[in-house]
Design a protein around this ligand. Structure first.
Ligand code: IPD
Ligand code: CA
Ligand code: CA
Length: 262
């Protein structure tokens, strides 16, 4: 299995490096549209990346399925065989408003289990890569699990619009400080490296968190819903990724005052 994964990985990394060259050109020609509200944005860049990945699968791995944010929502057989989960641009609002802090989130599942994962920070050209049975890498260098960190010593990250005021202040008081990047993949990657103690997304879509399953497993992090239960990769939902040292106290605070909305 590992050899086969390494071969698939080579194609994907090559494709990501091609996107690295092409995305700046796409950005120069960006066309912006709204989806469900004026805050829900999509661009031709998001759609083109997803199309390009679909083409890669058709050419190299025709039996692999694609579950992608922009155009691939059929969920019928996703637990069978190979399934890719793709968010072509996570942080589209950041892309549009700041031209910074956006990434791709890409993950391969085999019979429902995560086996390959990628988060690529386009502007900083940082590739987080996880290969089941092999290792986790940041730009090719092996990444070790972060040290165990207490909540009081950790930076934490959550969307402040969806937590009630009391819960939010309790979390702020219990932690070292607060930062939000605004791209679920990049906020999560800060937990991989120990820069954040945890990240919460109260209503994660499957493509916001597809890659995080394998990174969490291989880096000894906690990734569950807010009741310490596993998250289904096809449905997403309330999500925490956390350093083991921050996890229980965070959930206790989050739940004690009925703290969040979906
Ligand atoms: C968004 C980002 C953001 C999160 C939103 C997501 P998108 O993804 O991950 O951090 O707060 O809920 O929708 O729309 O930019 O792919
Ligand atoms: Ca997203
Ligand atoms: Ca997206």
């Amino acid at each position: 299995m590992t050899e086969q994964l390494k071969q698939i990985d080579q194609h994907v990394v090559q494709w990501l490096m091609q996107m690295k060259q092409e995305v700046p050109k796409m950005l120069a020609d960006m066309d912006l549209q709204t989806k469900t509200s004026r805050f829900d944005l999509v661009t031709n860049v998001d759609k083109s990346i997803e199309q390009s990945f679909e083409q890669l699968l058709t050419a190299q791995f025709p039996e692999h399925q694609l579950y992608g944010e922009e155009a691939h929502h059929d969920t019928e057989k996703l637990r069978e065989g190979y399934t890719w989960v793709l968010d072509p641009i996570d942080g589209t609002a950041n892309l549009v408003k700041q031209q910074d802090d956006f990434c791709i989130i890409l993950a391969l599942f085999y019979n429902g289990e995560p086996v390959l994962s990628y988060i690529y920070d386009y502007p900083r050209q940082k590739l987080f890569q996880a290969i089941k049975g092999e290792g986790v890498y940041l730009n090719g260098t092996l990444l070790s699990p972060p040290p165990i960190m207490a909540l009081k010593d950790s930076m934490i990250s959550f969307n402040n619009k969806v937590l009630n005021d009391e819960t939010m202040h309790d979390l702020l008081d219990a932690s070292f400080g607060y930062r939000l990047i605004g791209a679920c993949g990049l906020d999560s990657a800060k937990v991989f490296t120990g820069q954040f103690g945890m990240h919460i997304h109260t209503n994660a879509k499957p493509w916001d968190i597809g890659a995080q399953f394998l990174f969490a497993e291989m880096l000894g992090l906690k990734m569950t819903n807010f009741h310490q239960e596993p998250i289904d990769f096809i449905h997403g939902g309330p999500f925490i990724i956390s350093n083991p040292g921050c996890y229980e106290q965070t959930l206790e605070i989050l739940l004690q005052k009925g703290g969040y909305e979906k």
